[in-house]
Design a protein around this ligand. Structure first.
Ligand code: AMP
Ligand code: ZN
Length: 114
């Protein structure tokens, strides 16, 4: 399968790694939209997007990613806040079809979408 995030997880494409455990990898986004912009992925290509989520199969995947996000946010000292974004599908502008969450921080992100 031709998946850029699988290639990053395999080490075939270099990345600026921020966090890694057995299941989750986090690296700096190549096109940062905020002073801190980190992408969190499951190392395995378990879902192309959240649209594939099945609690019976993937109960731990999202939990592990959010635990990693919270841990990184604490380690980076993001005490004034951060935003987590998941783009799911075409209308959300998802460009990489390997489940991932964006962590954005380091600036006042201003007007909210919601
Ligand atoms: P999305 O639009 O939600 O699918 O997000 C995909 C993100 O992956 C974008 O923000 C890209 O800048 C980022 N991205 C694509 N290729 C790489 C790469 N090789 N290293 C780091 N980030 C990447
Ligand atoms: Zn993948």
């Amino acid at each position: 399968m031709d998946c850029v995030f699988c290639s990053i997880a395999a080490g075939d494409i270099p990345s600026a790694k921020v966090y890694e455990d057995e299941h989750v990898l986090a690296f700096k986004d190549i096109n940062p939209q905020a002073p801190v912009h980190i992408v969190f992925i499951p190392k395995k290509h378990v879902m192309s997007s959240l649209d594939d989520y099945d609690y019976a199969l993937h109960a731990d995947v999202i939990a592990r990613i959010f635990a990693a996000i919270a841990s990184v946010a604490r380690d980076l000292g993001l005490t004034s806040g951060y935003r987590i974004i998941n783009n799911c599908g075409k209308d959300a502008g998802q460009t990489v079809r390997h489940l991932h969450f964006h962590l954005l921080a380091g600036a006042d992100m201003g007007e909210k979408l919601l």
